[in-house]
Design a protein around this ligand. Structure first.
Ligand SMILES: N[C@@H](CCC(=O)N[C@@H](CS)C(=O)NCC(=O)O)C(=O)O
Length: 319
């Protein structure tokens, strides 16, 4: 794993990403949006934008979900990096990225800003016209896809961040981001016992809270589906296959929570969503890339795939 410093790729070892054994997630730097009227400098147009993603990455997954829900497959193209992320960071397949010719994701960042310093993460929303990065923050890309491309969308979807629910959605996002989305990484990348145990407790306390919410509510913020649901889904769908074993998040599996498991199935079964999930490539990435925590890169065979099984969520009202 590495990082860019003034346009050069440099090695950054595992321990340096932590402080006192605690995993630190850095801030992202490209934070523009695409709007229908182009007032942001980036106008929504069919064929102009490209999403760089990894099948494994839960942050990239949120953006793929929005693209699928809105039926934007023919409007925004997608490019996937290879499953393994090793010394050169994310890599493209042998012939390179068909769009930019890049061999590594850091080349794409270098094209956007020749003296870039920072992580070269996915997802990235790329503007083919201006040949630059619009945004590399998944939460912002989700909002852009929620509002910016509606004239081009082929599926109508209710606003996933409606004005009246924003305080509730923001509170759910904070709980879920701190303790669950990033919480699993804080467990898995902890380098001291204390840091691991503290984050493990926070993770399962938050999952207990969400389980209780979902026992009475169809979705995280009530009867309406919002972005908060898709943000937690990206972690839940990976949990039993990866985080239980690889990140030691093993108090219980999602399959052992009646509401969380049925809810995850319901979301998985929304039109277009199953196509955004690739569990074998997800496992290949995590178990094969973090050799500091899985030195032989052995990928576990299980668990059995059950996301396509029936769910019981229809017992709760949806709006
Ligand atoms: N804040 C970013 C974080 C994305 C992120 O951490 N992506 C990981 C993959 S799951 C990555 O690309 N890591 C590469 C690196 O850190 O160099 C977002 O949510 O968009």
């Amino acid at each position: 794993m590495g990082i860019m410093e003034n346009g050069e790729w440099v090695d950054l070892d595992f321990a340096k990403r932590n402080r006192n054994g605690r995993y630190i997630r850095p801030q992202t730097q490209f934070r523009d949006t695409v709007t229908a009227d182009g007032s942001s400098g980036f106008q929504a147009e069919a064929g102009r934008y490209h999403l760089y993603a990894a099948h494994a990455c839960p942050w990239a997954h949120r953006t793929l979900i929005l693209r699928a829900l809105k039926g934007l497959e023919d409007v925004i193209s997608v490019g996937f990096v290879e499953p393994l992320m090793l010394d050169n960071g994310w890599e493209f397949a042998a012939d390179g990225d068909p769009l930019t010719g890049a061999n590594y994701m850091y080349h794409v960042y270098g094209k956007a800003k020749s003296d870039y310093s920072g992580r070269c993460s996915v997802p990235v929303l790329w503007d083919k016209e201006r040949e630059t990065i619009v945004c590399n923050e998944s939460a912002d890309i989700v909002r852009t896809l929620n509002t910016g491309f509606n004239d081009l969308a082929t599926r109508e979807v209710a606003d996933l961040y409606p004005e009246d629910l924003r305080p509730k959605i923001d509170a759910a996002n904070t709980l879920v981001y701190e303790n669950i989305n990033n919480g699993v990484y804080k467990c898995g990348f902890a380098t001291t016992q204390d840091a691991y145990e503290e984050n493990f407790d926070n993770l399962f306390r938050a999952l207990d809270t969400v389980e209780a919410t979902l026992s009475e509510n169809r979705y995280l913020c009530g009867p309406r589906l919002t972005e908060a649901d898709w943000r937690i889904f990206a972690t839940l769908v990976r949990f039993d296959a990866v985080y239980v074993g690889h990140f030691k998040c093993n108090r219980q599996r999602i399959a052992d929570f009646p509401n969380l498991s049925n809810y995850t199935r319901e979301l998985y079964q929304f039109p277009g969503i199953a196509e955004t999930v690739d569990i074998p490539k997800t496992k290949a990435h995590y178990y094969g890339s973090h050799l500091a925590i899985n030195p032989f890169g052995i990928i576990p065979t299980g668990p059995a795939f059950t996301l396509d099984q029936p769910h019981d969520r229809d017992r709760l009202p949806a709006a």
